[in-house]
Every structure is written in C-alpha cells, then in structure tokens.
Design a protein around this ligand. Sequence first.
Ligand SMILES: [Zn+2]
Length: 276
Amino acid sequence: MPELPEVESLKNYLSGQVIGRTITSFNSTWPKAIGSHSLSDFTEIINQQVISDIKRHGKYLVLQLLSGQNLLIHLRLTGHLDFTLNSTTPLRYTRHTFGVDNEFEMRLRDVRKFATISLTENPMDMLKNIGKDPLNTLFTTAYLEELLGNHDIPIKSFLLNQSIIAGIGNIYSDEILFASKIHPSTPSSSIPKTMVKILHKTMKTILINATESLTTQIFRDQEQPEWNASSPSFVVPRKAGLPCPQCKKPIEKITLGGRSAYFCAPCQPINESAHC
Ligand SMILES: [Zn+2]
C-alpha cells in the first residue's frame, strides 16, 4: 500500500507532467470509485479543466483545477497512476483514464478496485477527519508531544491512525519505531519527552529520505520518467526470525489493533512501568 513517501514521490512525478495541462476526457470502467458525483456529472465538471497545481495530504493526492475544484485521489491498497501518450496500450486493470491535452493519458490502474476519486471545492472539508501531515511545518515536536499525551494506545496503533497522523502505514511505522528504539506496544502517552524529540526527528528523516530515494528512482531515466510504487529498501526485515540488522537477534512479530508489527525486542525494549 502506498504510504506518504510513495504518494509524495508520485506528486513530484506528476507535477512535472500534468501541471498546466488540460483534462480533455474521462472514462471509467469502475465509476463506483467516484465518491462525490455521478460519472456523467464528474466527467462534465472536469472536462476542459486546467490542472493548476498538485498537493498531498497524508496519502491523498490533490490535483487543483483552475476552476477552483480539487480532484482527490487515494490509491488505497493497489492503486497506481501512469502518465503516458494516449497511443500506448493501457495496461491490465486500468480502471480510470483521464485524457490530457488530447495527446496524453493519466491512467489509474487498480487490481483491487479500492482506490477512490472525489471532486470538491473544499478539500479540507473532505479531509477534516484526517490528522496533520507529518511533513507539514506545523507538525512540531510540541505538537507531537500533545498528540501523544492525548492518546493512550500502543504507539504502533497511534502512528497508523490516520485521524491522528496522516500518511504513515504499516511499513514506515515499523521503520520509525525501530530507528527510535521504541517498542511498538508502548502506550503513546507514556513516551518521555526526550524520546518524543527522537521520534519526531526520526519520523521526518525517514519519510523525507524515502521520498528522496523514490523520487530519484523515478527520474533516473530522464527520457521516460515512470512512477514506481515499489518502496525503497527497508531496514527492518518483514519476517519473524530474520536477524535484526543491528544486534542480529531474531526479529519478532506481534499483532496490534489487527496490524502486524515487526521489531527487535533487545533494540526496542519495552518500558515495563508503562506497557499497555
Ligand atoms: Zn536488534
């Protein structure tokens, strides 16, 4: 599932391709993905609209249109966006096709059909239940400390909860906790101030570095940049029993809130006085 760095790199990729261009058609074989409008209304509203900018909030991609409308795309589990000449053959599972300048197409492929598309004049209304983006400058150490203090849930669940923080998923939460040396079941409100500072810095560093690595991969082939949703190499092995990259002890797996957490017990000791 694409997380913040994947969607940020997609934003970087698409920005160079579509900003300033006009949407000239729209076709969908899965109109249920459009949450805000009927297919005919959606097609009519976006037709001949110029894409003026692209933003990201958490895992949402927001294409701003010159008319003041905003196209919100969430790739969910298996969504993938391609930008290509319209003369190329669409790949399998292409569900939605935005014609661009009568020459290109932005194609949304989606095996599982969970990706969503919405059109709105007020994106923040639609995103009001989504937490602050960790790369937002307003996401300070003090803000994180306040958030942590307001929630008494395992830190792994805290990081994954999109209504608290936007954009972090299963993989990056494990990476962030490993690098911060925090056990995934540590209650969020019990994390001491010194650790909050480390967690805040680590979170930003990991997300920024992953975005840079992914963006570099996209533009490695300057002739034909292509967004690849596959992630950069991760530090924490995603299989129990494999050696920890630091101490070589076996990686453990636990389930918290229905999600798997991979961690190293010696490197991420639990605070016995404060476990859930
Ligand atoms: Zn270890």
